[in-house]
Ligand binder design. Sequence first.
Ligand SMILES: *Cc1c(COP(=O)(O)O)cnc(C)c1O
Length: 361
Amino acid sequence: MKAIHNFNAGPSALPKEVLREAQAQLLNFNHTGMSIMELSHRSKVYEEVHEQAKSLLKELMGISDKYEVLFLQGGASLQFSMVPLNLLTEGSVASYVLTGAWSEKAYEEASKIGETSIIASTKDSNYTTIPTDTTFNLPINSSYLHITSNNTIYGTQFHSYPETGQVPLIADMSSDILSKKINIDSFSLIYAGAQKNLGPAGVTVVILRKDLLPNIPASIPTTLNYNTHVKNNSLYNTPPTFAIYLLSLVLKWVKEHGGVEVIEERNNKKASLLYRSIDESDGFYIPHATKESRSNMNITFTLPTEKLTKEFLAKAVENGFIGLNGHRSIGGCRASIYNAVSYESCEAFSHFMSRFKKSNF
Ligand SMILES: *Cc1c(COP(=O)(O)O)cnc(C)c1O
C-alpha cells in the first residue's frame, strides 16, 4: 500500500507504534485469553489500565494532587453543558472569550443554563486572531472565565493565557492538550475530547481542581455532576474501556518519546516548516491566521482562487496527503499536525506544496 500522510482534524492520526501494540494485544490482553474490550470494568486487569492512564496523564502534564482527573463520555461538546451546569451558580455570571466556532457553541450552551457574558470576541476579524490584550475586566460575580485554547477550525491558538486572579480559568483544550508544556496551576478546569492529541474518539478527559467540588449543587442530574465521577473514580457507569486503554498507550508513547517537552519541540519544528512554506510562497498560499495567533496544531490557508484550492486538495489526495480540506464552515485547506503526525509527513507535505506552486505559478 502507498504511504499515507494523515492530516485529519479529528479523529486524527494515532502513533503507529500504539496501533501495533493494540493489535498485538487485541485477542489476548495481558494473558487473560480475552480482549480488553471483553473484560469487566470492575476487574483488576482493567483497573490497572485505568489507573495507568490516570497516573501517566498526571505525570506528563505535571498535575498535582490539588486536581482530579476524570474520564467521561459525551465529547468536549457535553462539557459545554456540564461546565455551566456544575459551576455557573445562581447569582453569578460565566464569562466567555469567543475565538471561533467551538467557543461560540460553549457560550451558547452556558447561556441556556444561566447568566453569561462575552468578555472578548474576535468574530469581527473572521476569527483570524486571539485577543491581543488578555487582561480582561471580569465581573466581580464571575463564576469562571472560559477560553478555547486552540481553535481547530480557524487555526489560531492562545500562546499565553489570561490572568484571572481569583476567578477560575476554564479551557477547552481538545485540540492542543499535551502538545506543549503548560502550567496546570493557572487553570481550574481543563477538558478535551481525546480524538485529536490523546487517543481515539469516545473518551473525554476532564482535569479539575478539587476546591470546585464542594460548591457543585447536588440537584443536578447524577451523571452530569462532576462529584459523581470523582467519588466513583470515573467508574460510576461503564467507562469507554477500549478508548481509555488506547489513551494509556498513547500516553506511554509520549513518555517513551521524551515527554511533553520533546513533543513540543517537535511540534514547533513541524509548524515552522509548514508556515515557512506559506510565508515563502510569494502569496501563493494565503494564511488564515495572523502571525502572532497562529496555531501549532492546525495550519489553515487558501490558494489565490477557489479553483486552485480545489485542484490543490485533489492533487494532495492523489499524492497520499489525507484530510486537508478546511472545515465545512470555512473551506480552504487545513493541515492538522497533532502529536502523532511525524516530522517526515510535514516535510513531505511541504515539498508537495513547493511542487504544486511551481507547476501552477
Ligand atoms: C473537536 C473539538 C470539539 C468537539 O469535540 P467533540 O468531542 O466532538 O464533542 C470541541 N472543541 C474543540 C476545540 C475541538 O477541537
